[in-house]
Design a protein. Structure first.
Length: 299
C-alpha cells in the first residue's frame, strides 16, 4: 500500500478508524471521511502526516462528488476506496419499528454505499484501482428485528458483485466485505445493548460474541492489497457464506425465539381507518331506488 491514496468512509471510529491506522502503517496516504468532522479530524491527527480529514455525509451525493475531487487534489489520484459508513437502526420487528427509522437505515447503509461508489468510480477507474464495499454476514442470513439492516446489506452485496463484473474490462475492480458482529459502538450500543439480540447473544456467546475490531480492519486491508472479490471476519463467516442455503433452514428455529418475533399475535395492531366518504347528494327523482348489492358468496 506504499504511496497509494486510499479513501475510507465512516472512518471517524470503529472499523473505519482502525482500517485507516493499518493503512497508514503500510505507507498509504489516507483520506479519513466521516459525517462527524471532529471525529474525522481526531482520527487523522492520530496518524500525524500522510492523512487528511474530510467531513462528508454519504446521503449527500453532490457533497461526496465534491469531497472526492478535493481528495484527489490534496493527496493525488485515488487508488482505493472503502465504502464503510453505516448505521444499525432500530432493533424491533418490522410491524413495531418506526418506518422512518427503517428507511433511514436503507438510505445510509445501501444508498449511501451506492452514492460513495458513484462518486468514487471515475477516480478508481482512472487509476485502475479497487473499491471495497462493506456489507455484513447479515446480507446472507435472516435478520429478525434488524430486517432493514439485513436488507440494506444484501443490497450492498449484490451491488458489489455486479460492480466487479462491470469493471472487469476497465482494469479496476471491486470487492465485498462480510463481517459478523465486531466490537464497535454499532454492535455494542446499537444491536446488542438492551435488545432481544443482546439477550440471545448471552445464550450463544460462541456465535454472537463480538470479535475485535482489528480482525475486520485487517481483512479490509488484505482485500485492498489483493484486490479480493470478497473478504470476511471472523474466520467462521467464510463457511457460513458458503453454506448459506443450509443456514437458511434455521429460519424456523429463529421464529420460536422469544423477542425475535412480533407481538402482533398477542396484541393485534389497530388497522388504519379510511377517511369517511362524502354523503352522496339526494336524488331529485322521487321514483328512483337505490341499487341493491349482489349477495356475497362464501364459496
Amino acid at each position: 500500500m506504499e504511496g497509494r491514496v486510499v479513501v475510507v468512509t465512516g472512518a471517524g471510529k470503529g472499523i473505519g478508524r482502525e482500517t485507516t491506522r493499518l493503512l497508514y502503517a503500510r505507507g498509504a496516504k489516507v483520506a479519513v471521511v466521516d459525517r462527524d468532522g471532529a471525529a474525522a479530524a481526531e482520527a487523522a491527527a492520530a496518524l500525524v502526516a500522510g492523512a487528511r480529514a474530510y467531513e462528508a455525509d454519504v446521503t449527500d451525493r453532490e457533497g461526496l462528488v465534491e469531497v472526492f475531487a478535493r481528495i484527489a487534489h490534496d493527496l493525488g489520484p485515488i487508488d482505493s476506496v472503502v465504502a464503510n459508513a453505516g448505521i444499525a437502526g432500530p432493533v424491533a420487528p418490522l410491524l413495531e419499528a418506526d418506518p422512518e427509522a427503517v428507511e433511514k437505515v436503507i438510505e445510509v447503509d445501501l444508498l449511501g454505499v451506492w452514492r460513495t461508489v458513484h462518486a468514487a468510480l471515475p477516480h478508481v477507474v482512472g487509476s485502475r484501482g479497487h473499491v471495497l464495499l462493506v456489507a455484513s454476514l447479515a446480507a446472507a442470513i435472516a435478520c429478525p428485528t434488524i430486517a432493514g439492516y439485513g436488507a440494506a446489506k444484501a443490497g450492498v452485496e449484490s451491488l458489489g458483485r455486479s460492480l466487479r463484473i462491470e469493471l472487469a474490462p476497465t482494469g479496476a475492480s471491486a470487492g465485498v466485505a462480510f463481517f459478523g458482529l465486531i466490537d464497535t459502538g454499532l454492535a455494542r450500543d446499537g444491536l446488542l445493548g438492551g435488545t432481544p439480540l443482546g439477550a440471545l447473544a448471552e445464550k450463544v456467546p460462541w456465535i454472537l460474541s463480538p470479535a475485535p475490531v482489528e480482525v475486520a480492519a485487517a481483512a479490509i486491508v488484505r482485500g485492498l492489497e489483493r484486490r479480493s472479490a470478497r473478504v470476511w471476519a471472523p474466520r467462521w463467516v467464510g463457511p457460513a457464506l458458503e453454506f448459506r442455503s443450509l443456514v437458511a433452514r434455521f429460519d424456523t428455529v429463529l421464529a420460536r425465539v422469544p423477542g425475535l418475533t412480533s407481538g402482533a399475535a398477542a396484541a393485534p395492531a389497530a388497522l388504519p381507518t379510511a377517511a369517511a366518504a362524502p354523503t352522496p347528494a339526494a336524488s331529485s327523482d322521487a321514483t328512483s331506488t337505490p341499487a341493491t348489492a349482489a349477495p356475497r358468496s362464501n364459496a
